[in-house]
Structures are given as structure tokens and as C-alpha cells.
Write a protein that binds this ligand. Structure first.
Ligand SMILES: [Fe+2]
Length: 454
């Protein structure tokens, strides 16, 4: 890291801590807090050409990064139903056919939703791919991750909910460092529109395509993916999401796309569902119980969990909604030394110190979180910007576990350097991209479990 960058980080921290560093910082930054307005649905029109493929998005297709799932929608006809891809430095082209699905939701009928899984890719390699034919040909590219290993540097963008506003998305998009996105749930917010207007799923897919078609977004589900509306005759939870977004859940022996894991570079990433059963004996509980001991920190030092509803949230908005899941799983996270937990849902930013609350047994009154070097740092990054507006109602006084909190929209960047150090920064939308409103050096809990004196 350059001296200039070190100085910048120090200056940022000093500024954040000025006068209030004894128990956590509630940022004094104030932005206008009126709800964002929703953009017209035709802000992102379909691409030109007959039956042109649209809403192109990619995600990792296996457990260790040698496969990619390419997804797109053709609005009028099932064909062309294939993707052509090739290494950027080769003329040797390959063709993979898609599996096609479609669905009805109330009066809405989807286009043809294609999912094609490309397997056997080389690591750390630039690939081009092409969809469509005739006047509707579209070309994109992606770079595969490096081979999984303990000291492989990698930079994840960390985003909470987005919606059809440009701000957070464009801010992240302007950062050239992000290689993949860890997304903490709440995608299109179609369910906030009359009859869960599923055309909003389509417009959202067009809106985010310019990032999602080029780098994998790793999905977690939020409450806005449930789309459970028995009053409309829609009784199958997660129906639009499950048709549109595919994940490689079988590669981690999961029985549901709603919880799974992947390895990428030096990180082992576990994605959980806050809105699926997680009590004892349930599929998600049983899967996680067997999954955590499988993580080999000699291969993937960084153990990261994503879930939607935060366990440590000192905002009055959605307060305690994550509590029941914390009761079930927190002791496992401490036992297995999870490094970081990213959550969404709350429309503000918060980072905790390493605290746990696993002693409480309902009669011993030990219900206050305590410092715990084996506990994760919890980061609530659900501040992507949405039409519900900011959550600027923090509880006072700031709890001891809460290190920094601010009611602004923004995104995070997790820059993994090696097996011991990772640098996390949070970027509020109102600043230029290089400015970090919060900055934290993470020390790996397995390889370097020292206290983080940020
Ligand atoms: Fe949410």
C-alpha cells in the first residue's frame, strides 16, 4: 500500500473519531432524508433489435470459480437459446445452450428466461461472450477469479438493496476495483408496486445489466424477493426471484437456492436466507451445521457470511428482526471464527466491533453483548437507496458494540490483501468515489486474531 493511501486512511479515521472515539461513532453527516422517488418504468428501455437479449447477468456457477452461469431474457421468442463464448486471446469459439424458464404472476407473463452454465473455465482469464442473432447481437465479457488459495488478493464490492435509482449503483459502478459483488438482498422492489408489478423486475434487470453482465453478483435473498401474495393467488414464496436468478447451490450440497456457499480467491462465502426456516431440524439449520466445519482456513482464510436481516442493528428501523436467527446461529459463528457478516435490510450503514452475545440462557441475565475476539465484525450495508427512504432513527445511547453508524446511502469495498489483512471501506454516495466515509482494517480471525485498533 502506498504511503499516500496509508495517510489517507489515517486522516479518514481521525476525522471520523474526532471527539467521540470512546464508545463508537454516530456520524454527524446529514443528508436530505426524504424518500427517493421511483424512476419511470421506461427509464431503461429494451435494447434495439428484434427479440434482443436483455437483463443479462452472471454469477459464479460452481464452488470454486471455474464455472459461470449466464442469464438473460428474450422477450418475444425462445430462440436464439445459446451463448457463444471464447477466451479473449483466442479465436476458438464455443457454444452452450440455455435452459429456458418462464412464469406467470397474477396478470403478468414473463419473457423467456435463459440460464446457461459454462463449465471448465480457466482461472484468472478474460472471456468474451455473445448473445442474440442478426440485428440483436450483443457482446459482453467477464474475468474468471484466480485459483482459490490462502493469499490470493481479491476485491469484493458490497451492496445492500438497490432499486431503480441510479445513485448507489452508479457510485459502485464508477469504482474500478470491484471484481465481484456480494449482494445482501432486496433486488427490484417490484413488490412495492401495485399487484407486485413484475414489469419492475424487467426494468430493474435492464438497469443493473451494465455491471451484472460483466462481473458476477453473488446473491442473498431479502424480504422483497418473497413476493408472497395470496390475495393475488400467488402462494409460492420467491417465485419471480427463483425463475430469474440462479445460484450454484447444489455444489455446496444445499437443497435450496436460498442458502449455499462458494469459494472465490481466498474467501469462503456462505449465503443464508433470513426468510426461510432456520430452527433446529430444518433444512437450512442442518445444512449450516454441516457446512461450517467444512471450511478449510488453510485454503480459504476469509470466512464471510451474508444474510439479509442484521443481527446487530442499533437503528430503530427493523430493530430486533434478526434476533431469532442470531439466537440459532451466533454460537456457531463464534466457534468457527467467522470474519465478517454482511447484512442489508436497514437503510443506513453500521459497523460493529467484535462482540458476541452467546452466554445468555434466558435465566442468567447475561443478555448484554460483550467483546469477543472470536466474533465477526457485523456490517449492515442495507443502504443502497430505496423508495422507503433512509433509516435515520438510531437508538441512543449508541450501544457499546456499535463502532460506526451513519444514515446515508452508500456501498462497501472489501479489499482482501492476503491471509491476515483485508481493508474494508464504506463510500457514501454524496462523496466522490475515492473518499471513504468509514475505513477498517480487518485482521483474519484464524490467522491473525489480534485486536483491530482502528
Ligand atoms: Fe429488506
Amino acid at each position: 500500500m502506498s504511503l499516500l493511501k496509508v495517510l489517507f486512511v489515517l486522516v479518514t479515521i481521525a476525522a471520523a473519531c474526532a471527539g467521540v472515539c470512546n464508545g463508537g461513532v454516530t456520524s454527524s453527516f446529514v443528508r436530505k432524508s426524504q424518500p427517493s422517488t421511483c424512476m419511470p418504468i421506461d427509464t431503461f428501455p429494451p435494447p434495439p433489435g428484434y427479440n434482443a437479449p436483455e437483463q443479462v447477468h452472471i454469477t459464479q456457477g460452481d464452488h470454486d470459480g471455474k464455472s459461470m452461469i449466464i442469464s438473460w431474457v428474450t422477450p418475444l421468442e425462445r430462440e436464439p437459446n445459446y451463448v457463444i463464448f471464447w477466451e479473449a486471446n483466442s479465436k476458438n469459439k464455443h457454444k452452450i445452450h440455455s435452459r429456458i424458464t418462464s412464469y406467470r404472476y397474477y396478470t403478468y407473463e414473463s419473457g423467456y428466461i435463459h440460464h446457461a452454465t459454462i463449465k471448465g473455465l480457466k482461472h484468472d482469464t478474460l472471456y468474451n461472450y455473445q448473445l442474440g442473432t442478426g440485428d440483436a447481437v450483443r457482446r459482453f465479457s467477464f474475468t474468471t477469479p484466480p485459483k482459490v488459495g490462502p493469499d490470493v488478493p481479491y476485491t469484493f464490492g458490497d451492496l445492500g438493496q438497490t432499486y431503480d435509482s441510479n445513485e448507489t449503483f452508479e457510485h459502485y459502478y464508477s469504482n474500478p476495483k470491484g471484481q465481484a459483488v456480494l449482494f445482501a438482498g432486496d433486488l427490484s422492489y417490484a413488490d412495492d408496486h401495485p399487484y407486485h408489478n413484475n414489469n419492475r423486475w424487467d426494468s430493474w434487470g435492464r438497469f443493473v445489466e451494465k455491471s451484472m453482465a460483466y462481473q458476477p453478483w453473488i446473491w442473498t435473498v431479502g424480504n422483497h424477493e418473497i413476493d408472497f401474495a395470496p390475495e393475488l393467488g400467488e402462494n409460492v414464496p420467491f417465485k419471480p426471484y427463483m425463475h430469474r436468478y440462479r445460484v450454484p447451490y447444489k455444489a455446496s450440497k444445499s437443497t435450496s437456492p436460498l442458502w449455499y456457499s462458494i469459494k472465490r480467491a481466498s474467501a469462503y462465502i456462505i449465503l443464508l436466507s433470513s426468510y426461510s426456516a432456520y430452527g433446529k431440524y430444518t433444512p437450512q439449520y442442518n445444512w449450516l451445521e454441516q457446512e461450517l466445519p467444512k471450511v478449510n482456513r488453510a485454503e480459504t482464510p476469509w470466512l464471510i457470511v451474508l444474510l439479509h436481516s442484521p443481527w446487530y442493528n442499533s437503528n430503530n428501523y427493523h430493530y430486533m428482526e434478526g434476533e431469532s436467527m442470531r439466537v440459532m446461529f451466533e454460537s456457531w459463528f463464534v466457534e468457527h471464527k467467522v470474519d465478517i457478516v454482511f447484512a442489508g435490510h436497514v437503510h443506513s450503514y453500521e459497523r460493529t466491533d467484535r462482540f458476541s452475545n452467546v452466554r445468555y440462557n434466558i435465566t442468567n441475565e447475561l443478555s448484554t453483548p460483550v467483546k469477543d475476539p472470536s466474533a465477526p465484525v457485523y456490517i449492515t450495508i442495507g443502504d443502497g437507496g430505496n423508495q422507503e427512504g433512509l433509516a435515520n432513527n438510531f437508538s441512543e445511547p449508541q450501544p457499546s458494540y456499535s463502532a460506526f453508524r451513519e444514515a446515508s446511502y452508500g456501498h462497501g469495498m472489501l479489499d482482501i490483501k492476503n491471509r491476515t489483512h483485508a481493508h474494508f471501506t464504506w463510500h457514501r454516495n454524496h462523496d466522490n468515489e475515492p473518499v471513504a466515509a468509514d475505513s477498517h482494517w480487518m485482521l483474519n480471525r484464524y490467522w491473525h486474531p489480534e485486536e483491530e485498533n482502528n
